[in-house]
Write a protein that binds this ligand. Structure first.
Ligand code: C5P
Length: 402
């Protein structure tokens, strides 16, 4: 659970994207957050407070004078609701509501509580705009968005695409899973703020002929989790990924490749701008030297094809050998003597840190025990999800950067 113990206010204003917030509230609770929903009058034209009460498990606040019929204990819900919360997210946030935030209007409960939130220590306010493309592009809205950004309000999205009104363009509210990922990222420490991180992830695929090839059981989960964790920590992340159907983490630039050589070329194209390089990919050590341009035929009685192999470049070792290159971190999946083999690998490749794990246990799994091996020694992180491990690895990388 990525939001365990977090207390959130979800403010809803009048937009058809309100239906997506029903799903968001469920998912926030699945992640361990306690959610209080506040709705404007217009929001209630799209979704009822009863729906939001059922989903949040809490009474819904709809006006300044009470909470779902009952008078608030202090008759000051705009103050009570914004105290002791970890963040306020307004979703959907209309053009009208952005204008109210920009100008400090407080003529209903939600705008009043946004204005009444504490600035020291700050109660973070995030908004997920949702509106027609012309409303979004209007200079008045753009001015207001710039104003609220300047006031420290976090603007999530909007996305571009087809809209409920039938038009198309910028102004779609982010999907619930995207808002969830952004909110989880918001709460992570920014240990890699502004750092540029280059990551390889997934398996590679070495062709035998146009339809066959050699690959391995790497799922890409660890590399993708690391890309997500680095982005959560504030880094600018580029991920060079071998064939994987996993979704790209939010805010990560992804470059898809097939073979080890393509991965090497892509890495070399970006590495000069990287502060950190993390080789998570399970790169094929050899490629087929005599790959066929045409599909190999199975002729009755004929001998099977004789494949010849040649070595692929070692991407991690090549980056580690670059003078003035980035801080390098490698992974080692070993089937036996995990720590000893990984220590030898750290020395051989000349990298700052190796993350070692048991190959049979880690491939395609959701969880792993890992050992962080660097000049200071070995630190074992007990079995946990790959995302949790990735966050620990990111923290360790940040300490190495100093
Ligand atoms: O040499 P070995 O494959 O055991 O080392 C694993 C580490 O080296 C991983 O970090 C992997 O991403 C990296 N590697 C690489 N290029 C290769 C082979 C491994 O970058 N050709």
């Amino acid at each position: 659970m990525n939001l365990q113990g977090k207390r959130l206010v979800i403010g809803m204003t009048g937009g058809i994207a309100a239906y997506k917030v029903c799903e968001l509230v469920r998912r926030l609770r699945d992640e361990g957050a306690a959610v209080r929903v506040v709705m404007t009058g217009s929001a209630q034209e799209f979704v009822t407070p009863t729906t939001m009460q059922a989903l949040s498990g809490e009474p819904v606040a709809t006006d300044q004078w009470g909470v779902q019929g009952a008078r608030a204990a202090s008759a000051m819900p705009h103050i009570d609701l914004s105290r002791d919360v970890d963040a306020i997210l307004i979703a959907p946030c209309t053009a009208n509501f952005i204008a109210k935030l920009a100008h400090g209007l407080a003529d209903d409960l939600l705008s009043a509580l946004a204005l009444a939130r504490r600035l020291t220590p700050p109660c973070p306010l995030l908004v997920a705009p949702a509106m027609n493309v012309e409303m979004w592009n209007n200079p008045a809205t753009q001015r207001n968005v710039a104003t609220i950004r300047g006031d420290g309000i976090e603007v999530l999205g909007p996305a571009s695409g087809s809209q409920a009104c039938g038009e198309s363009g910028a102004g779609r509210m982010l999907e619930p899973h995207e808002l969830l990922e952004d909110l989880i990222a918001f709460f992570q420490p920014k240990a890699l703020a502004e750092r540029r991180v280059l990551i390889t992830a997934g398996p590679t695929f070495e062709p035998i002929d146009p339809v066959r090839g050699i690959t391995n059981l790497s799922s890409g989960k660890m590399g993708f989790a690391l890309a997500r964790a680095a982005r959560e920590a504030g880094a600018k992340v580029t991920m060079v990924a071998g064939p994987s159907s996993l979704p790209t983490p939010r805010g990560v630039r992804r470059i898809d490749v097939l073979t080890a050589r393509e991965m090497y070329d892509a890495v070399m194209g970006y590495v000069n701008r990287a502060d950190v390089f993390v080789g998570v990919a399970a790169v094929a050590d050899w490629r087929v030297a005599n790959a066929s341009a045409q599909k190999l035929k199975k002729n009755a009685g004929a001998a099977p094809p004789a494949l010849q192999f040649e070595a692929n470049p070692d991407i991690l070792a090549a980056v580690a050998a670059m003078p003035g290159g980035p801080l390098c971190v490698g992974f080692a999946a070993e089937s036996e003597n995990v720590i000893a083999h990984a220590q030898a690998k750290r020395a051989a490749k000349g990298v700052a840190m190796i993350v070692a794990n048991q190959a049979q246990e880690v491939l395609a799994s959701e969880e792993a025990e890992v050992h962080l091996i660097d000049a200071a020694g070995v630190r074992t992180l007990p079995r946990a999800s790959k995302l949790e491990q990735a966050r620990e690895i990111v923290a360790a990388i940040a300490r190495h950067l100093g």
